[in-house]
Design a protein around this ligand. Sequence first.
Ligand code: EPZ
Length: 402
Amino acid sequence: MEGEIEVKGSKNAALPAMAASLLFQDEVGFHNLPQIEDIFRMAELLAKLRRVGELDFEVAKKIRASILLVGPALARFGKITFPHPGGCVIGARPIDAFLDGWKAMGASVKEIPPDGVKSINSIPFYELSAPLGLKGCDYTFRVPSVTGTEGLMMSALLASGGTILKNAAMEPEIAHLADFLNKNGADIKGAGTHTISIEGRSGKPLSAKHPFSVPPDRIEAGSFLILGTLLAKELLIKNFVADELTALTAMLKESGAEFSLDKNFISVKRSPNLKAVDVKTKEYPGFATDLQAPFCVLATQSSGASMIHETIFEGRLSYIEYLNKMGAKITLCDPYRAIVNGPTPLRAWTLESPDIRAGLAFILAALLAEGESKIGNIYQIDRGYEAIDSRLRAIGADIRRV
Ligand code: EPZ
């Protein structure tokens, strides 16, 4: 593969910023929104929310990020009903940290069914209300949740009094959201660190002055870098924000990958002598769980034994059985750890994409493999990557949508 590829706007930065539009009294502009299914679902949820104090159950079930609307909707309208959020099947994905945070801000939280009686189409749902408005609070996350931090930060913005969020997640998307809100009149300090303080506006919505320019997607960028390391004669990746990917580039360097970084692009070529390295996923600035599956594909082409250790989600190694069917030699030790013995040639297979990131990993594996592979359930891939087929075709991949 050869040529140039441009990283599109970040899904996980765009989704909370779209949800934050509920905190504004007027229209908010967005630049560089990626044209992907999760963004379309968020737009649908927002459009339907204009009419009722309830998230559309059918749509909300499909994306975990629907939970991002709850915080701003509760703060703005005093109540919201929503189903337990759906999304990638990568683990239990509870929302206890969100619910505890809203309770600490004075909201009443009803979980239905407590007794199995009233669920809508048997989906459990929640009714939250705070008719007199939310109150600022001191809240410590038991685990640093990314969307939890974003959701509570947005709720706190319209609360009365200040809020301090401790053990907050530090992912760059949180700082991007806070910057956007601050440019439009919010007073949020510390986003991107473990302690965030938010000045409450006592219900006064923001007025839109600056649009949100969606920054490049660090997970897409990292996945393209892995792709280039495996398959490129020479690949130039544009809009590559190296500062957000230091854990990946450090691991790739250790494994012998060849790339050179410039200001906002990186050029990479296939490294024929990759060495095995151990990878452990961690909260930012650690190695991103969303890059774990593509990295595992790289490990199948590296010589020696690599340990892949997933520490964030408990169901994120299910794709491995498919890589083994393709010829990889991976031993699953437990739901969190796998040992990859490489290098092994891969052969074509028929695969079903289990989630967004494993879906992209399957594309990498299929491009590496001898023969023609088929990947099903590509809705999952379209949730997170814009027109991945034509963009990869433009750099030499033989891939088509059927
Ligand atoms: C965000 O999910 C991302 N999604 C995920 O990207 C990403 O994998 C994840 O962060 C970790 O980086 C969006 O930004 C929309 P968490 P999120 O809450 O916020 C536990 C992708 O492919 N937890 O930070 O849902 C949880 O079980 C997706 O783009 C609780 O225990 O993840 C997990 O172990 C997939 N209770 C840990 O925290 C809670 O109430 C971190 O999850 C909430 C979370």
